[in-house]
Design a protein around this ligand. Structure first.
Ligand code: SF4
Ligand code: SF3
Length: 541
């Protein structure tokens, strides 16, 4: 196996024996083959001039397949094998119907057994591209498209789609098979990925807010109640809604974990009295936190950490693109309805959660809420009460080096405000950093996809201050990344013209020295250094 798609990749160069994430060689290879199959279907779509508007099922299965291969989403070899067969079937059906006559291997290969899949996978993984710069650019595009697929999947689940996005996904993936493209072509495609990423995030924002209302300032309880409870993790709000509906009146409370915390900010979910609070921290602390939670856990997306025992696995339920052997997977029916009764029944038999902290955290500062405070914010900037904003969105992770972000937040001058989104916030959202004239110093917009909100806010401020360039704003970008959704967020920011983004705790291992140089020279991308030096650098920029 070879995988270098996330920030925790071994030695920052690649996992080769087993994933640091816990992915086995077999699962890694099956994921490689699934991606190859989706590239094959993309090739057929592109070469036959098929419109994405005519192939709804293929669109949905392609998106799901991409999501399955995101870090920490799916560890279930049997589920991935079944998905490969499904994609190949759809590919062949489309090729026959549209008269595909090409001979691109990804579009015509066949496998039926697990053994044949593993054998084939060994020849089509990341290292199949020999030139390291071409490989780096191809993977950068693929990871961006994976992140995009995750956001699109959530929008699909809420009935919102944009077939142009699928059209781009096919084009981008088919391009990664094309040996005639130059490095410049691939760089251009990378930026286009960012552009479509903005469209995808806007689509999800519209899907979430049109159904559940605009996030608003909310204080979320981080303590516990006495009832038995279910913990829900991941990013899918449609699952959140269904779980809240089905648990209402059962005596079972619902708590969020990790990236589901921002569900509390939506007006539509506030009506549920049994929506009790947020339990714990970011994904990587789940093994101990799930144990003290006692109740069952529902994963709607990544990030899953492999449970240590069969007993721990038996309390975990997966749905959507996620999966883990030994955990129960819940499928939607043809109307998108999911039956969560097994989780509810299990919760009733288990003790209530053990308290690990008390108090509350504040969030809900997505674009609409910040616009409502615009006068206050603009006055604070004009009077000098706020000197600078720091966008610290992105992911959290296990690496000790990520304590940099806690220290950075603590040491920032008191006249600065942190704008955050994603699970990166858990490094500093319980520090009580105070407020500036009533404006909290940590403004949480929501999930990683809500980084879109931060971009919308920046654009609004640019307009209010009458600036020609987004980079003239007093906003610095110090972003933490882990998995591929952070890649699409980064590409989206680059597309919007944001320069001098600092990315940590390490620069991606999948960037070859030459590709990294392009990003540094063209966009001023940089890594992180020592906290004090970095703060000085940012404040004087
Ligand atoms: Fe390694 Fe990350 Fe790939 Fe897992 S997802 S195998 S940790 S690079
Ligand atoms: Fe977190 Fe996985 Fe990326 Fe959505 S839950 S930000 S790491």
């Amino acid at each position: 196996m070879f995988c270098y798609q996330c920030q925790e990749t071994a030695k920052n160069t690649g996992c080769t024996v087993k994933g640091v994430c816990g992915k086995t060689e077999e699962v890694a290879k099956l994921q490689d083959l699934l991606i190859y199959a989706v590239k094959g279907i993309s090739e057929v779509v592109v070469k036959t001039g098929t419109s994405a508007a005519d192939i709804a099922e293929i669109n949905h299965e392609a998106v799901k397949s991409l999501f399955i291969t995101i870090t920490n989403a799916n560890f279930d070899a049997a589920a991935i094998e079944a998905q490969i067969l499904k994609v190949l079937g759809l590919r062949d059906e489309l090729a026959a119907k549209k008269g595909y006559t090409g001979n691109q291997d990804a579009a015509v290969f066949h496998v039926t057994t697990r053994e044949a899949m593993l054998e084939k996978a060994a020849t089509v993984g990341v290292l199949a591209t020999e030139n390291e710069d071409v490989r780096s650019l191809r993977e950068l595009i693929i990871y961006g498209i994976k992140g995009m697929a995750a956001y699109v999947e959530h929008a699909i689940n809420l009935g919102k789609e944009n077939t142009d996005i699928y059209g781009f996904m096919y084009k981008g993936l088919a391009a990664t098979l094309d040996n005639t493209l130059s490095a410049d072509d691939l760089v251009a495609l990378t930026l286009q990925t960012g552009e479509v990423g903005v469209t995808a995030m806007a689509l999800l924002d519209e899907a979430n807010t049109s159904r559940y209302g605009n996030p608003e300032i909310t204080s979320v309880n981080i303590g516990v109640r006495k009832n038995p409870a279910i913990l829900i993790s991941g990013h899918d709000l449609a699952d959140m809604e269904q779980l809240l509906e089905q648990t209402a009146g059962t005596g079972v409370d619902v708590y969020t974990h990790g990236e589901m915390l921002p569900a509390h900010y939506y007006p539509a979910f506030k009506k549920y009295d049994h929506f009790a609070g947020n339990y714990g921290n970011a994904w990587w602390k789940q093994l101990e936190e799930f144990e003290s939670f006692h109740g069952p856990v529902l994963f709607t997306t990544n990030c899953i950490v492999p449970p240590r025992t069969p007993e721990a696995a038996a309390k975990i339920f997966t749905t959507g693109a996620t999966g883990f052997p030994g955990c129960t997977h819940i499928e939607a029916d043809e109307n998108g309805k999911k039956d969560f009764s097994a989780i509810i029944e299990l919760a009733k038999t288990l003790p209530s959660p053990e308290e690990i902290e008390t108090g509350s955290i504040i969030g809900g500062f997505a674009h609409n809420q910040v616009f409502a405070l615009a006068d206050q914010v603009v006055d604070a900037v004009k009077s000098g009460a706020i000197k600078k904003f720091f966008v610290m969105a992105g992911c959290d992770g296990r690496a000790k080096s990520r304590n940099y972000y806690t220290e950075f937040a603590q040491k920032l001058p008191k006249d600065t405000v942190i704008l955050t989104a994603g699970c990166a916030k858990y490094k500093y959202n319980k520090l009580n950093l105070g407020d500036i004239g009533g404006i909290p110093r940590v403004l949480d917009a929501g999930q990683c996809n809500d980084s879109y909100s931060l971009a919308v806010i920046a654009m609004k401020l640019k307009e209010i201050f009458g600036l020609a360039d987004i980079n003239e704003l007093p906003i610095a970008y110090n972003i933490a990344w882990y998995e591929q959704k952070a890649v699409i967020v980064l590409l989206a920011l680059l597309h919007l013209g944001v320069k001098n983004i600092h990315l940590g705790p390490t620069l991606p291992g999948f960037l070859s020295p030459n590709v990294a140089k392009v990003l540094v020279d063209t966009f001023g991308i940089a890594g992180i250094g020592e906290v004090d030096d970095d703060i000085e650098l940012f404040m004087n920029a």
